[in-house]
Ligand binder design. Structure first.
Ligand code: AMP
Length: 505
């Protein structure tokens, strides 16, 4: 019987209480025993706030040791952890809270006024605040609690977390991840990437997303290794701390930024054993340039919120630029015809479908959406287009849903378009992703205006308050008419080709 993550964490703390779990950039450290004790204090505070097993705990806070430990405290009491992107505006947070109806919302102290009003309006009974470092009612309240707290027994089928993915139609969907989804994927990845107690992971990813929260944290706990916890991505900090680390997990932007630093050299990475990339396509050029500079082949893997990780390049053997490698052990992957759903022969491009213990339980309170994307036989229709070569390597060739990935974050055009279309004087808009060396893709809005007085600044100004910064277009292009096919659909492919070089200079 597989163990749940909190039990694994607890056992690590018993076996090696003084081993470091979190290493802070200023040199301080939190051991496994201290982290378990802190999770106990938080568990008591959450229970005293009224949280029961199965209740959701929504969290929108800046990255810190205490912020990460709220995840472990949530696991400890059998609650369902619901992290929110720190860039979301109050209007966006309103949707998530009203959809997920959490028993507790943890937010930044500076958002007190807006979130107090929102929670009163939505009937969310309990709130706590958490700032950096140690500021807010959560750390103060936790300090006053005992570190002894019962561990709620869970089954592998129980929900551990809900992570929202933006919907292509503008409706965000909460992906329900079970204890078994998380535990099975971290056990697989720990072995596949050879994690051990001696590893030190340099952690500069956000902790509200599957990559930084689950892949990074869960593998560390499972292997009993340590995390150097950076509050955010800062290329100079990465370079300063790299000699103390053995592994880096990043989005492609991390790697292109590192290559832009003259002192990022083979000598600097002498202590490193592994560089992992994911969440967006890593360009073959970056992969090759990185190998030439450091002697390390970046290991690219492919996953998503709904499935955890699905494929990975091998630890030993060829890590092929432009490929996401092989299906992980225990994960079945097939390429299906987009319309009929039939399996396609090797070498043909189709929709990637996956099945395994990593695949989520469905979308929160959306049984119809779940049925559309999760087949009865257990295969999840990822919406990514891919192909398998004659050696079994999987490559992603496009995204069926026109998803834009900017710096590792998903931007769904429909959501941005809806806001732009609502601006008086705009006839229509098409939001597309254009290749951007640094961010992977840059968001561009192509608009047809009725009012000749509208300009780029007016469009950007009109939507800024309603949209997280990473979703806001970098450029707005005005056209007299948007190109359409015979069915009346806007031809985004043609637009992408026309503006392909927009960010080249
Ligand atoms: P998210 O749910 O935010 O993790 O986004 C998942 C999506 O990111 C996938 O469906 C893919 O479209 C994309 N993705 C993740 N990893 C890769 C990768 N290594 N190469 C290309 N696309 C990727």
């Amino acid at each position: 019987m597989a163990q749940d993550l909190f039990s694994i964490f607890l056992n690590r703390s018993i076996a090696a209480p003084d081993a470091p779990f979190l290493i802070l950039p200023d040199g301080g450290a939190i051991t496994y025993a201290q982290a378990v004790a802190r999770s106990g204090q938080m568990a008591n505070l959450f229970r005293a706030s009224g949280v029961k097993p199965g209740d959701r705990i929504a969290v929108q806070v800046e990255k810190s040791a205490d912020a990460l430990l709220t995840y472990l405290a949530s696991l400890r009491i059998g609650a369902v952890y619901l992290p929110l992107n720190t860039a979301y505006t109050a209007a966006e947070v309103r949707f998530f809270l009203s959809d997920a109806t959490p028993a507790l919302f943890i937010h930044r102290p500076e958002d007190e006024a807006a979130m107090a009003a929102l929670c009163a309006d939505l009937g969310i009974a309990a709130r706590l605040t958490l700032g950096t470092p140690g500021e807010g009612s959560l750390p103060v309240g936790a300090d006053a609690q005992s570190a002894q707290a019962d561990i709620h027994p869970v089954t592998m089928d129980d929900l551990a977390a809900i992570l929202y993915t933006s919907g292509t139609t503008g409706r965000s969907k909460g992906a329900m991840l079970t204890q078994g989804n998380l535990a099975s994927n971290s056990a697989t990845l720990k072995d596949y990437w050879r994690f051990s107690e001696g590893d030190v992971l340099l952690h500069a990813l956000p902790i509200f997303h599957t990559h930084g929260l689950f892949v990074a944290t869960n593998i560390t706990i499972t292997a009993g290794s340590a995390i150097i916890l950076l509050p955010k991505f800062d290329v100079r900090e990465l370079i300063r701390l790299m000699p103390r680390a053995t592994v880096l997990m990043g989005v492609p932007t991390f790697y292109s930024r590192l290559l832009g630093e003259a002192d990022f050299t083979r000598e600097l990475v002498a202590h490193m054993r592994l560089f992992v990339s994911g969440s967006a396509p890593l360009s073959a050029e970056t992969h090759k340039e990185f190998s030439a500079r450091t002697g390390h082949a970046i290991l690219e893997r492919y996953g998503m919120t709904e499935t955890n990780m699905n494929t990975s390049n091998p630890y030993e053997g060829d890590r092929v630029p432009g490929s996401v490698g092989f299906p992980l052990p225990g994960v079945e992957l097939r390429i299906a015809h987009p319309e009929t759903g039939e399996s396609l022969p090797q070498g043909e491009v189709g929709v990637i479908e996956v099945r395994g213990p990593n695949v989520f339980k469905g979308y929160w309170q959306l049984p119809e959406k779940t049925a559309e994307e999760l087949r009865e036989n257990g295969f999840f229709i990822t919406g990514d287009l891919g192909v398998i070569d004659d050696r079994g390597y999987v490559s992603i060739v496009g995204r069926a849903k026109d998803l834009i990935i900017c710096g590792g974050f998903n931007v769904y055009p429909a959501e941005v378009e809806a806001l732009i279309d609502a601006i008086p004087g705009i006839a229509e808009s098409a939001v597309i992703g254009i290749p951007h060396r640094d961010m992977g893709e840059g968001v561009v809005a192509v608009v047809q205006a009725r009012d000749a007085a509208l300009d780029e600044a007016a469009v950007l100004g009109a939507i800024a308050g309603d949209l997280a910064r990473f979703k806001q277009p970098r450029r707005v292009i005005f056209l007299p008419e948007l190109p359409r096919n015979t069915m009346g659909k806007i031809q985004k492919k043609a637009l992408r080709e026309t503006y392909a070089d927009l960010f080249a200079k």
